[in-house]
Write a protein of this length. Sequence first.
Length: 590
Amino acid sequence: MARIAVIDYDKCNPNKCGHFLCERVCPVNRMGGEAIIIDEENYRPIIQEASCTGCGICVHKCPFNAITIVNLPEQLDEDCVHRYGINGFVLYRLPVVKEGMVVGILGPNGTGKTTAVKILSGQLLPNLCGDNDSWDNVIKAFRGNELQTYFERLKNKEIRPVVKPQYVDLIPKAVRGKVRDLLRKADESGRFDEVVKELELENVLDRDIRHLSGGELQRVAIAAALLRNAEFYFFDEPSSYLDIRQRLRIAKIIRKLAESGKNVLAVEHDLAILDYMSDIIHVVYGKPGAYGIFSQPKSTRNGINEFLRGYLRDENVRFRPYEINFSKKSERKSQEGEILVEYPPLVKDYGSFRLEAEGGELYIGEVVGIVGPNGIGKTTFVKMLAGVEKPTEGEIDWSLTVSYKPQYIKTDYEGTVYELLSKIDAGKLMSSFYKSELLNPLGIPELYDKNVNDLSGGELQRVAITACLLRDADLYLLDEPSAHLDVEQRLAVSKAIRSLMAKNEKTALIVEHDVMMVDYLSDRLIVFEGQPGRFGKASKPMGMREGMNRFLASVGVTFRRDPDTGRPRANKEGSVKDREQKERGEYYYT
Ligand code: ADP
Ligand code: ADP
Ligand code: SF4
Ligand code: SF4
């Protein structure tokens, strides 16, 4: 076994642990050895892997969980691609890049996906876990591997990479001006009109980048990438902020790009979309922040199923102690439970936008999924239920308190995560119930000392969800809680919401576009249809089967369940299954 010791220096704080506690407790050091030495210049500890025995004492003693020690098979050493310095994150292996194919990447945040892409796009020269300083050595290291030719071409500047970044919310900070000008500048392929039409951007061309919604920014960023003339395209989370129709649409567009002979790599956490888009996939596993290993390429179906099982068969590696399963849960009986609120048919007319909602009821303890496009009146509906917005027709003579997590999270909070959350409810942060049901599953205590302004998109999302669920309210509304979260985090959030609603006897409405998450999370569904920005119709809350059928019929896509894992899989349009299911009107749950 080879040992790696990783220290997260963002968490390490020698002044607060009683001055290098790890060094003082290390048995090797106590015997006069030097497993841990102090880097006086940077005032931080360094673990010397050659002297460390792997006893794990420092790992348990460090009050900030800053140290990770792992033993990995010795033969992995040969596949070590990059290490961010002594005691830094280690990346093993890289994904393949194949002309004419979409190669999907599936794995937790913090396991090196972006690092791999930086290497493949030539932005980062991998040090081969030593002191490598040339691309020639990289080419040598990959001799006999499919990537050898790729790196040769990259070195000779024959390959030009284009990257659609993960956090589209940051684009307005870096780019100014009108959408039209931005896309014109990117247009090296002369496909401006075609791409604008495909991504339905006609109406925003004359808008300033600063005034776009998240979904619009996402489509502009994808369009800008498509318009370039490149050989290698990388799409980092192309689905965030898009509704399901738009997700399927961009999946098709990305496929078409590959079919035109390009190399395409995509990281995607919406499993239905990853499945729909990819020809092959790599699973990335490891320990977030410490190390990541790219699996062998796998067929898409098999790779996703192995990922859910937590076991890679070819590699004989179990990387998660439990399986993720989507076995059918029993549908809620509609008369069950105590009613939170019963509402009459409601209309809201803003002049330019009109919403009509069927009357219905919400139960205490249930989670209701809300599905439908962006801009269709979902927020308006909840505001009426809460008594914040007065309906044009229909009467609401109650007021419910609502805790709301918006789709786009803005931060101008100066302070740490702990300060932010303790202001909402310091008592709940101490409660063992909230620790076990919400805080620990979402990994919040590890973020306490971080400044809210320094959080990554995924960290900010988890903090915003926590903040929403810590508030006392009758009704919780969370808009797209899955954005920027990896699959395990999506499931952890789903479980936390379900459990808090059931145990606290509250009700949640969740707007969600990831079909897997909708399926996992919801007891019932409200389906919104209509024309975004013009008019919307909201159904009453329906059973999952009826709701999914109605919703998927309006999008025109059929889903089936994977027989092994029970996960929802989108049928390819026009396939035998797709046609059969459409004929029977069964868009889901066959
Ligand atoms: P992913 O894309 O899978 O979320 P990344 O490749 O962005 O993962 O990062 C993997 C890990 O590498 C991070 O958790 C971080 O600890 C480390 N890392 C990333 N960039 C740097 C850097 N420039 N210097 C040191 N460590 C880094
Ligand atoms: P969703 O939550 O489904 O994205 P919203 O309920 O936020 O949709 O908005 C639906 C439509 O109503 C949008 O076109 C929006 O511009 C419009 N709208 C929302 N609030 C107002 C308002 N106070 N005045 C006028 N139009 C509004
Ligand atoms: Fe202290 Fe932990 Fe840093 Fe060691 S790693 S110096 S124990 S904070
Ligand atoms: Fe020392 Fe044990 Fe930590 Fe290694 S794992 S540095 S031997 S305390």
